[in-house]
Design a protein around this ligand. Structure first.
Ligand code: NDP
Length: 327
């Protein structure tokens, strides 16, 4: 038997999230590597799944947890053997395939990567999908030629998991970072991570003009909606906006003006189905470019028993930074 965050719907469609003891024989057949999970984490998407806020879970019952780190117990996959230290991000785990907020998970070897040298299992989950997505945004800016000398980078949803890791990464790489946040009391925290300036998120979250004063050389946007529209409208000629999130909304009430008059690039970021080569590059860069003292300052660790309560805090928008879940 092993413990897991178990999500169920009964015949009336009533939802329940609880910590349950599950028998190993119930593990999904699809999967060729059994992993003893030591750490998982709570991302925004885990919050949505555990609080049943949007249709993240596609199959019932489901074990939650889109990220996991641990040790291979059994493997029928050629790339992995018993004792290997591995990590998993996304690929529909915790959505269509039983996830990693559990002491054990049966996963496909094609989804796993070896834990990068220099990072502990706990640190990889402090990074999690949120931090790996932040790195994908940084890679997106770099690939579109955004350099520190080009000007300020805007990071929205700054106190969240993606935003806080993005600030730490960008500042270490020499960029000047301006953060927007709805939590004025966290301004010092954001400055300690490396933000040069912190703006009230209201300055961007209301409807604005299609073209505004040019300010940003690049953007990491975690919130979508009017914030993303205004960020595009304020991006400098030739700049790049990376869009990864929807914390404000899924809509994009924008116009083509920034794209056809200022040559702005809107780069979409997807972590879930990103190919292995991209993941490996992102994780190597995280191991190299993320200040581990800053990672420690933006993350905390809770036992599995607290996962459901913390998921509700994430949904209420009251969480700051990253949360690791220890099995
Ligand atoms: P968090 O919940 O940790 O952070 C989200 C942050 O957004 C909050 O801390 C808050 O920051 C801000 N926010 C919350 N509500 C609103 C609102 N109504 N209007 C404006 N800002 C708001 O989430 P993550 O950092 O883990 O994820 C951020 C987004 O990125 C989510 O939408 C998530 O779904 C998405 N995501 C996408 C991925 C992909 O593959 N594309 C992968 C990972 C995440 P503050 O108070 O500082 O303003």
């Amino acid at each position: 038997m092993f413990k897991a965050v178990f999500l169920q719907k009964n015949e009336l469609g009533e939802f329940k999230a609880s910590i349950e003891q599950i028998s190993e024989s119930q593990l999904p057949e699809a999967g060729d590597v059994v992993v003893q999970i030591s750490h998982s984490t709570l991302n925004y998407k885990d919050g949505l799944a555990i609080c049943n806020k949007s249709p993240v879970v596609r199959q019932w019952p489901m074990v939650a947890g889109i990220d996991g780190a641990g040790t291979v117990l059994e493997s029928a996959h050629p790339n992995f053997k018993t004792g290997d230290e591995v990590i998993l991000n996304g690929f529909g785990v915790g959505e269509t395939h039983w996830g990693c907020l559990a002491e054990k998970a049966k996963l496909k070897g094609d989804w796993l990567i070896k834990r990068p040298a220099g990072l502990t299992a706990e640190q990889t989950m402090a990074i999690g999908t949120a931090g790996y997505t932040a790195m994908l945004c940084v890679l997106g800016l770099e690939r579109h030629g955004v350099k520190p000398e080009h000007g300020e980078i805007l990071v929205t949803g700054a106190t969240g998991g993606v935003g806080s890791v993005a600030i730490a990464l960008l500042s270490k790489l020499g960029y000047t970072v301006v953060a927007t946040s709805g939590k004025p009391e966290q301004a010092e925290f954001l400055k300690n991570l490396g933000a040069a300036e912190v703006l009230d998120r209201k300055t961007l979250s209301e409807p604005g003009k299609p073209l505004q004063r040019e300010r940003w050389a690049g953007v990491v946007d975690c919130v979508g909606s009017y914030t993303l529209a205004n960020a595009c409208a304020q991006t400098r000629y030739g700049g790049t906006v990376t869009a990864c999130g929807l914390a404000q909304g899924m809509d994009l009430p924008s116009s083509v003006a920034p794209f056809i008059l200022r040559g702005v690039t809107l780069k979409g970021i997807d972590s879930v189905m990103a190919p292995l080569a991209v993941r490996e590059e992102a994780w190597q860069r995280l191991a190299r470019d993320l200040d581990l003292a800053k990672l420690a300052s933006l993350s905390r660790t809770v036992p599995l028993e607290e996962a459901i309560e913390v998921a509700a805090q994430i949904m209420a928008g009251s969480n700051t930074g990253r949360v690791v879940v220890r099995m």
